[in-house]
Design a protein around this ligand. Sequence first.
Ligand code: NAP
Length: 275
Amino acid sequence: MIKLGIIGDPIAHSLSPALHSFVLNNLSIVAEYRAYRVREGELKDFLSAHSELAGFNVTIPHKERILCYLDRLSPEARLIGAVNTVKNEHGALVGYNTDSVGFLRSLQARSFAPRQAILVGAGGAARAVAHALLQYTVTALSIYNRTPERALKLAEELRQHHPSKTISAENNPAALPWDCVDLIVNATPVGMKDDALPVPLPARLPKNALVYDLVYNPLKTKLLLEAERRGAQIIDGLDMLIYQAIESLKIWLSRSDLDAQIGYDTLRRFLEEQL
Ligand code: NAP
């Protein structure tokens, strides 16, 4: 029996256990995937006590802090500075980041290639999104975060890795470049199970703007509802959830053929039924 799981806090809302169990079952792989509530400060003890896990996902609030407990990092996880997938490779814990490629695949699936983006958040998921966008088609990125110092630090780091791009941190939402943006991404938990907005939207958004919320519970957050009201296209958090999960399974199972084995539409339907 392959033992897999996800660690985070809060974790009860997570669809990852249902999603992974569904996929593993469909692939006839004997495995279990469980959610573990691991609070801030409990990470080190959890890792020492759970060497039976062959792999696990990492979510809020551990994506950055876990780096110091891992034996090795993939080049991508090192660059991003955040880990959402850990594989136990003969006793060594190796950190990967599949949020980045998962996010990118969700844009590519819609043939959407943004040039100018606003990113809300500066945590682990935001780091993955920022690198994905800057490695893709985005030439100008503005970051807004509750704690402005964290956005400044991320912007500085990103400028070092992507010197040809325009990257800024903004602590006044009204001063964000709303007029010319074509993608707005929420990478904070704001909107999860409440009707708060991670950033106030202006009265009008540019034609063809797309608003992407990483939150998937509820599926249509207040941000997405307001974006639709302004005529914007929207993407909810399920697409990224699906693609990053497939990429994690490829790593744990050492199988590159999973895209052909797992249909996106089937997974999406299954997840919508769980909400
Ligand atoms: P994280 O590393 O802990 O970062 C959290 C970010 O959210 C930080 O920027 C934090 O700002 C901000 N934040 C937290 N609470 C806030 C509040 N009440 N008001 C304003 N800002 C707040 O977490 P993460 O791993 O990046 O995850 C962020 C969200 O993305 C979570 O909801 C997670 O479930 C979701 N996510 C979804 C997917 C998917 O596949 N759909 C993948 C990854 C993540 P400060 O710096 O000020 O603390």
